[in-house]
Write a protein that binds this ligand. Structure first.
Ligand SMILES: [Zn+2]
Length: 57
């Protein structure tokens, strides 16, 4: 799977706010993701990000 800024992805686990979709804000060595439900932003290294991503919307 290839990811680009602006893509919406579905995560394996739900965020505590109940949402499981995230918007990609940055790709590269680190991925920056924003929860579509509450706007919470997280930064993960590529390996962790790829593990949490279930599918591309
Ligand atoms: Zn959330």
């Amino acid at each position: 799977m290839e990811f680009n800024v602006g893509d919406i992805i579905k995560a394996r686990k739900k965020h505590p706010c109940g949402e499981d979709k995230w918007e990609i804000l940055r790709v590269g060595v680190d991925f920056k993701l924003k929860c579509v439900g509450c706007g919470h932003i997280i930064t993960l290294n590529r390996e962790k990000a790829l593990k949490m991503i279930k599918e591309k919307m």
